[in-house]
Design a protein around this ligand. Sequence first.
Ligand code: SAM
Length: 641
Amino acid sequence: MRQTSPSPSAVFNDTLLDDLVAALSGNAQVWSSMNRPHLLITASIQEADGGDGTSIHISGGDPKHGPSTILKRAIDIQSILQPGLPLTSESPVSPTDSQDGDESFIQYQGPQKRIRAQSPTDTDVHDPDRANKARRVESTHPRKSKGSLRPRTAIPSADSASHDSQRQMAITKNAFPRRAKPTTDLAPSPASSSLAKFVQSVWEQIHGGISLEPAIFAAQAADRPGETTAGAMSLAAPLHLSTTSSSLVSPGSQTDVTPESFTLGNAFCRQVLQTSRACRSVEVIVQARWVELFDAYVAHLTRTEGLSALRGRMAAMGEACRDFGWNEKEMRNKMAVWRGYKEIKDAGGWVPLVFAGMGLYRMCKYRVGLEPGPLSSLKAMRSRLEIAADTIRPEWRKLLVAVGEPTQLHYRGHPHDWVAQADGDEPLPLSHTYRHQEVPFTFRHVDECLVDEEHWPDEDPRRVPMTTMVTNASAAHICDTCGQPQSDEIKDNQCRCFPSLFGGQRQKPPVQIFRTKNGRNNGVQALLPFSRGSGIGEFVGLLTSGIQGVDVMNSAVGARKYQIWQGRESNFTRFVNHSCNPNALFHKFTWLGMERILLVSKGIEAGAEITVDYSDSYWEGLDKVCLCGEACCRYQGRSAA
Ligand SMILES: C[S@@+](CC[C@H](N)C(=O)[O-])C[C@H]1O[C@@H](n2cnc3c(N)ncnc32)[C@H](O)[C@@H]1O
């Protein structure tokens, strides 16, 4: 049998060969013939077939009685060699003494029967050629290796060692990087870890598939016929603080910003913010809908192509990877997050996605809060979310064009024109909840008190003697609580006693009218927590006097008594129920020289009903039973007067 030396550059798929030889339960040899790889089982040294194709030769027989070839089959093993690395016959010498000829082999020690590799002995020292052979075998069969085939390491000749051996590339057995086990010693500090993650995300974004077209400028240009994108860019001019330097503010230079350009800069910055916020909302609803598209396409593939669900998903995934320009891992990661968006949409509708804050991505990435319990709570909240979104931010529905959903509002009017019901039941129009009354229900939402001129023809009964502070420009009202000047102008106001109610941007109160379950009709629910001492709202209604027999608030400034009646015109404070253990109270506060009655929190959690103590003067003589349900209730179970 002629043997040629295998190429030292031939790289084998060790695992496959391991498995193959292990299955044959014996030693094996690989050699090349006619530049094609062969695998020979060494149980019997018998060439079965020179052949001209790449084949596995399986021979057997008792050497004493001569070989008896039992060629079973020939298998092409070219495919298990690394492509592009053909066997060559240039390697110098056969590693075994018993072989000769122009075919060489690498001896393989099968996993079950290990042959100790030859190593140079004392005798070898005197026989350099034999020693070299032994070294080659040793390097081919490192003792620690467990039954694997390797190309033989070439032993450089004296004159070629300096360069040839330097240029031999190899893929080592342990080249595949394994994940390092994190150790506490080496764990980066949280700060550097956060920064490292941040920088990593920047690199990922740069190298990922995003495109940062300045769409906002294009949109502005579209709004202004004849305006180019570059021209629209000039809208951002107030933000170009320095035209001579690439940095916004040149060191040492004093940039003059006029009030007008500051206002323009604010407007531009706000516009960009709002545009990007709307884009972010569109992004997540589109991604939630895309997951539905993906699932529907998989169903299509399984139906029309006869693919299994798994194969259908793989096929759809492949197409998605191609179209998004992402690899499969990126695509899977994105889809996992997007599927979270879809689950939120399925439970709570589109509102939670459109108005989601920064936590949405993390929540979906780490699947926190997407358990059945929280999702069913979200489901019960769905219509409440829609009431608020439709009545406070009606423009949100227009974004649904992006996912082909109807854009008509479900809930029109004032946020408190709707009464939310428990267990996700459809909200009721406010007037429907007073149908049981004999007098038809009419109600107008107002933010300020109205003066009943019949009783107070000349002045507002709440006016208090004014405390003023004269400044350069004008006289200012001084807060009798904090001693700071008060003003409805944000830039002039310094009183921070109730910032959500006075002196700043008045916020929509995060409360809803809801239907109580225990016979109190409607009540007020906090949608967000109210910290202790914070203002929830002002008790407003008709400023009048002398009313009896209906719910009314009595107050007085000095000797001047007045009443606030909320029967026809008011705000949500009209619907606050009584509790003998309330979480809010009514509090007098003077704003701009006028007494105000505020609903102030004693510490309220999100979701809780807001209650106050109506006071004994309310309940005394009233033929009602208190239904507050508190253990300390003062008016429960009493016999009606
Ligand atoms: C200012 S309204 C509050 C809103 C009212 N629940 C509604 O649906 O219009 C006051 C009325 O609510 C009811 N109410 C408030 N608190 C109550 C309580 N603890 N027990 C029984 N009824 C209560 C009484 O009918 C009372 O006259």
